[in-house]
Design a protein around this ligand. Structure first.
Ligand SMILES: NC(=O)c1ccc[n+]([C@@H]2O[C@H](COP(=O)([O-])OP(=O)(O)OC[C@H]3O[C@@H](n4cnc5c(N)ncnc54)[C@H](O)[C@@H]3O)[C@@H](O)[C@H]2O)c1
Length: 507
């Protein structure tokens, strides 16, 4: 069987299916110095792909990113194939045909009769089981998933997926080859959604639930996740870009593959959007309209007067520990609460109202004069913070809480009372999903964090984030979420419970 070394540069890579992904993957293999053969079932499509790839190399030359000699050499190494039999000399075949199990199985069964015994066979499927795609092969040990991200020439992440029958040597050889191609591969087992599409589900689902619960509108939720959570895009604008049909199909496929586990339940609001043909940018309308109308503004509170003094109650502010320092820097007097007073880490406003970090429970559950504030990736850098007043909060308390955060230079979005607010709820779920993937042996903690940073641009890997927050904080938070929503969705994963109890690291 294949030695666990990267493929030799002189070896030939075959790409089957020469649409969006196939062309990108072929470009990457060519740039790495390989000979590349292109095959597509649609007549003439491989020749068109050859032209498209050549034009991309021409543009790189025009931009001064490639010299003409390298372009000419790459062009000479690229050739379309008219018949599958012409791929006989390939040492790695990467399939990027339509996402259909039967079609992929049929293709690989045919390929197996064509290629040599040492040839690696890889599928670029994003949602099918790699094990199922390779199930019909006589020698499934050399078969694996190589999941590139679009656009493949630009995005470094590749998930190297081992199916149930994949030989370790084949996965290692594929991994080393991706390193040699300048990619950042991560290893994972054959789980629904692999790493990125599995762990990222709550980023979308929690936002859609907040909308369904009437807590806030899309523009506000997006703005809070960007400006307070540090995410590059909010879930509503991001799914409009991806396509609601594409995003929902991934969610549904992962949910079905997990036997309808409530952790992965799709969103009814998104379903209706897809049914209405509001697919996002490509259809001119999704959560937002793309007909030239201005994007709705996030809900932002009017300017309020800041209190002159606040009292910081003992107990520690947890992940918001820097807040008293920021308040003092804003010129507001910070008084240390009496050690014999209440020990809840809240900030006491003039008049006795409380400003407390979201803890996974409703603000109203405390039955007092309280406002909860959201988790920030970095309270100093955050430009917006969400607040949720309890039903029993006095208007003066809400005004003082708004004024206090505005004095720190933050915009404030007041949302309806909800367990976990926006960022805290989303991040706690991402940490939990990542911890669950570690516990189930999907991938190493480091690979999960790399995949989420590179695959979906998260500002921190979820496990690193969980480490900063503390497994005990995340676990307690989710336990409280679970008491208000006892569907199992928010029940913390057993690894999170263990790490919280043992104080061991998540990473
Ligand atoms: N587009 C993405 O963002 C993305 C990202 C990662 C993975 N993927 C996966 O990559 C694969 C391809 O996606 P795409 O977006 O490039 O699709 P695409 O529609 O752009 O291209 C598919 C190509 O495969 C050809 N084809 C179909 N059946 C074939 C067969 N039996 N034999 C040979 N060629 C065949 C089609 O003619 C077409 O040219 C899918 O499995 C998809 O899930 C897509």
């Amino acid at each position: 069987m294949t030695a666990p070394d990267p493929l030799d540069r002189s070896s030939t890579i075959a790409v089957v299916g020469t649409g969006t992904m196939g062309q990108g993957i072929a470009q990457v293999a060519l740039a790495a110095g390989h000979h590349v053969r292109l095959y597509d079932a649609a007549p003439g499509r491989a020749v068109l792909a050859e032209q498209a790839i050549t034009e991309r190399f021409d543009r790189l030359v025009e931009k001064g990113r490639l010299d003409a000699a390298a372009r000419d050499a790459a062009r000479a190494r690229l050739a379309p194939a008219e018949e599958l039999g012409e791929l006989a000399g390939a040492e790695l075949v990467i399939e990027a045909i339509l996402e259909d199990l039967g079609a992929k199985q049929q293709l690989f069964t045919a390929l197996e009769t064509v290629v040599g015994g040492d040839c690696l066979l890889a599928t670029n499927t994003s949602s099918l089981s790699v094990t199922a795609v390779g199930a019909a092969l006589r020698r499934p040990g050399r078969f694996l998933g190589l999941h590139f991200f679009n656009p493949a020439p630009l995005l470094p992440l590749v998930e190297v997926v081992s199916g149930a029958a994949t030989d370790e040597a084949a996965a290692t050889a594929a991994y080393e080859t991706m390193v040699a191609w300048g990619k950042t591969p991560v290893r994972c087992t054959d789980t629904p959604g692999f790493i990125v599409n599995r762990v990222a589900r709550p980023f979308y689902a929690e936002a859609f639930r907040l909308l369904e619960e009437g807590v806030a509108d899309p523009a506000t939720i997006d703005a809070v996740l960007r400006e307070c959570g540090g995410f590059r895009m909010g879930p509503f604008e991001l799914t409009d870009l991806i396509g609601q049909d594409v995003n929902e199909a991934v969610t549904r496929s992962v949910w079905e593959s997990f036997f309808q586990d409530p952790k992965f339940t799709p969103s009814l609001a998104q379903r209706r959007l897809v049914e209405a043909g509001r697919l996002g940018r490509k259809s001119g309308r999704g959560w937002y309209a793309y007909d030239g109308a201005a994007r709705p503004e996030p809900r932002t509170a009017e300017l309020e007067k800041a209190p002159a003094e606040v009292t910081v109650r003992p107990g520690g502010q947890g992940p918001a520990a820097v807040l008293p320092e920021l308040i003092a820097e804003a010129g507001i007097e910070v008084v240390e609460g009496a050690p014999d007073g209440a020990f809840d880490g809240c900030i006491e406003l003039p008049g006795g109202g409380l400003l407390c970090l979201a803890d996974g429970d409703l603000a109203t559950a405390f039955g007092d004069d309280r406002v909860q504030f959201d988790l920030a990736l970095d309270y100093r850098a955050a430009t917006r913070i969400a607040l949720a007043p309890s039903d029993t909060a006095r208007p003066e308390t809400v005004q003082a809480a708004i004024g206090l955060l505005q004095a720190l230079g933050k915009k404030v979005s007041v949302i309806d009372d909800t367990p976990g607010l926006i960022v805290a709820r989303t991040v706690a779920m991402l940490v939990d999903f990542a911890a669950d993937a570690v516990a189930k042996g999907v991938a190493s903690p480091d690979d999960i964090d790399i995949a989420m940073r590179l695959g979906v641009n998260y500002p921190l890997g979820p496990l690193q984030w969980g480490e900063l927050l503390g497994a005990d904080w995340v676990c307690d938070f989710l336990k409280l979420m679970h008491t208000t929503h006892p569907t199992g969705r928010y029940a913390p994963s057993h690894l999170l419970i263990r790490r919280a109890a043992s104080q061991e690291r998540l990473l």
